[in-house]
Write a protein that binds this ligand. Structure first.
Ligand code: AMP
Length: 352
């Protein structure tokens, strides 16, 4: 798909409607759009319809059999003058995003980089950030976290302490069908940083040319967050499999002196993004970090779109309140950016 072709479609719009898939952070996105006066459309499956109906955030609900039906109703969406706001659920369709003619807020190329661990690593290193070390299996010499390509939301991850431990656990996972032999070749092994997990949601505004810290959260992960409730002596007796499956999020306020590390990292990530694909980062992104006992910040992942953890920032976080002095959260901030861009004839800069 040619970016120019999408911009042509966008330039034909007279009355933009904001739409997204009904999952992940759709409540955040659609409420934000309504707060800024846009009409909204929710594209959801029958089983999730109840959520969007009960919160009344969508002026229109279009039911899809499956999220991938998005590709079959493109003409209808373009006719309705839809600007799509992407979130985590879109990642499953990243490989196909270049077949989507509907304008998307943000940068499709960066969203694709996000789903490729090697590209992500290159991006974060280009930004000069401190990353956990990555290992080949035979190099493992301490605590590592093992991430298989198919693992989503932390479900198939495991901890290993040596290469022997790694091979033994991998073998078990293949035998139990959790991963395939093929997955073994594409394994991603990262130094496990023991510390405080901090997920930083930023917003890069092309209109104001600034990076804003909108909210911070930490995840509530099953069962890694539950294991501490079982005494260590009993943990040893039962063979518990740790998983990092996300079930929710908590808001976090960072020790103020640590904000300088976070903000500097975000500015560097935005600068590095401009070299990857024009127009570079647009809108929300998240740096997933761990602060160790020396308060050194390690960035272990980046998301190049809204993350569900930013839902803790509705109607505002301490940071967005300090910045805006009014309720402001990612969904609303996206809609505000679109509104400001329309006024300044800068809408092209927000879309790829
Ligand atoms: P991810 O899918 O990369 O977001 O990781 C899922 C979860 O695994 C995170 O929320 C952390 O709890 C944990 N995690 C991932 N990578 C690391 C790391 N290098 N050090 C410590 N914890 C990690």
């Amino acid at each position: 798909m040619d970016r120019e072709e999408i911009l042509e479609i966008l330039r034909g719009y007279k009355n933009i409607k904001i739409a997204t898939l009904g999952s992940h952070s759709a409540l955040n996105i659609l409420k934000g759009a309504k707060d800024e006066g846009f009409s909204t459309i929710c594209l959801c499956r029958e089983k999730e319809r109840i959520i969007y109906e009960s919160f009344g955030v969508a002026d229109e609900i279009l039911e899809l059999k499956d999220y991938s039906d998005l590709f079959n109703i493109q003409e209808e969406l373009i006719e309705k003058e839809v600007l799509l706001i992407p979130h985590g659920t879109f990642n499953a369709y990243i490989g196909k995003l270049d077949k989507l003619r509907v304008p998307i807020f943000g940068n499709r190329v960066l969203m694709e980089w996000e789903t490729d661990r090697e590209k992500q690593k290159q991006w974060l290193l280009d930004a000069g950030l401190n990353l956990p070390r990555t290992y080949k299996p035979e190099e493992i010499d301490g605590l590592v976290i093992v991430k298989y390509p198919g693992a989503k939301g932390g479900a198939g991850y495991f901890i290993a302490t040596s290469k022997e431990d790694f091979y033994e656990k991998s073998k078990k996972m293949v035998e139990s069908g959790i991963i395939s032999e093929e997955d073994l070749k594409n394994v991603f092994i990262q130094e496990y940083i023991v510390g405080a997990n901090v997920y930083l949601t930023f917003f890069y505004s092309p209109v104001l040319n600034r990076v804003e810290l909108l909210s911070i959260d930490r995840r509530y992960e099953s069962n890694v967050d539950g294991i501490g409730r079982v005494p260590a002596k009993d943990q040893l007796k039962v063979d518990l499999n740790l998983t990092y499956t996300v079930v929710g999020n908590f808001p976090v306020v960072l020790r103020e002196s640590l904000l300088s590390k976070a903000i500097r990292a975000a500015i560097n990530v935005v600068e590095a993004s401009k070299k990857i694909a024009y127009p570079g980062m647009v809108g929300p992104f998240c740096l997933e970090t761990v602060f160790d006992e020396k308060t050194d910040m390690y960035v272990f992942e980046i998301s190049a779109r809204i993350v569900a953890g930013s839902n803790v920032g509705i109607p505002n976080s301490p940071y967005s309140y300090i910045l805006f002095g009014e309720p402001m959260y990612v969904g609303r901030r996206i809609a505000r950016e679109v509104k400001m861009a329309i006024k300044k004839s800068m809408l092209d800069e927000l879309v790829w």
